[in-house]
Design a protein around this ligand. Structure first.
Ligand code: KIV
Length: 287
């Protein structure tokens, strides 16, 4: 008998930090991938706004809309009922006002049934985090390389590599925890700085490109399976190469169709046994 996977709550995730058990986190954007992720035992799934690049082929995350995020979050929720699922607040869904932030985060909960939401930014985003917490929503902060403001950062660049920027990052992390956010993600940050933040904070501090000293790791599923072709960040570990597998399978299909190897007899719906003998008569009717 297979034991049904037990879904994490924010408390069990925080308990993992206390006991030193690493949290395994991955993005997912669609139903089949989220099913695989749940079967593989992921602790958390992020329906990241990286879906803009990984699913829709945009150059960045800025064009992604709330409606797109909701549709993909619903699919992931349906596929992974026993996994902690987080919605990612897209650009302009929370920057304008507390009210808009609460309304949009609320949509993630009401329409897609997610367990938490993530938003980018440090100290400057503290009022928004507070507004979401006041509405009873579980919140994950996201600092370091924040793709929605990569223009201000001068591109997709690692953050916290100088003493001054490391200090700002630590101040941001402390402010986010003090506000009451339950989780924090560090993106593209030196391991020295990330390790210090993970040790200093009581909430789980997760890493995407922030080294091994955090309480858990996040990867983009399209990088992990070798599906995303445009570029590969330094922090990515590729575990398989579906792009090659899928392309080879499609080439084999094209060749089979052209040569008549597909479909074979086993792919055909033959007429019922007694009826097949009468078919030539029917054919004559139409000649
Ligand atoms: O959208 C996303 O997948 C993210 C990660 C890059 C952290 O926010």
């Amino acid at each position: 008998m297979t034991m049904e996977k037990k879904k994490h709550s924010i408390h069990t995730l925080q308990e993992m930090k206390r006991s030193g058990e690493k949290i395994a986190w991955l993005t997912a954007y669609d139903f089949p991938t989220a099913q695989f992720a749940e079967a593989a035992g992921l602790d958390m799934l992020l329906v990241g706004d990286s879906l803009g690049m990984c699913v829709y082929g945009y150059e960045g995350t800025v064009p992604v809309t709330m409606d797109q995020c909701i549709v993909h979050s619903e699919a992931v929720r349906r596929a992974a009922p026993n996994t902690f699922v987080m919605g990612d607040m897209p650009f302009l869904s929370y920057q304008i006002s507390d009210e808009e932030a609460v309304r949009n985060a609320g949509r993630f909960l009401k329409e897609a049934g997610v367990d938490a939401v993530k938003l980018e930014g440090g100290k400057r985003i503290v009022p928004r985090i507070r507004a979401l917490l006041d509405a009873g929503i579980v919140v994950c902060g996201h600092i370091g390389l924040t793709p929605q403001s990569s223009g201000q950062l001068g591109g997709h660049k690692a953050q916290g590599r100088t003493i001054e920027s490391a200090r700002l990052l630590i101040e941001d992390a402390l402010a986010i925890e003090e506000t009451g956010a339950q989780l924090l993600l560090l993106e593209a940050v030196p391991p020295e700085v990330a390790g210090f933040i993970a040790k200093k904070l009581h909430i789980p501090v997760l890493s995407i490109g922030a080294g091994p000293l955090c309480d858990g790791q996040l990867l983009i599923v399209s990088d992990l399976i070798g599906q995303f072709q445009a570029f590969t960040p330094k922090f990515v570990k590729r575990y398989c190469d579906v792009a090659t597998t899928i392309t080879e399978a499609m080439k084999a299909y094209v060749a089979d169709v052209r040569t008549g190897r597909f479909p074979a007899d086993e792919h055909c719906y033959h007429m019922l046994k007694d009826e097949a003998g009468r078919f030539p008569e029917l054919e004559k009717e139409f000649e």
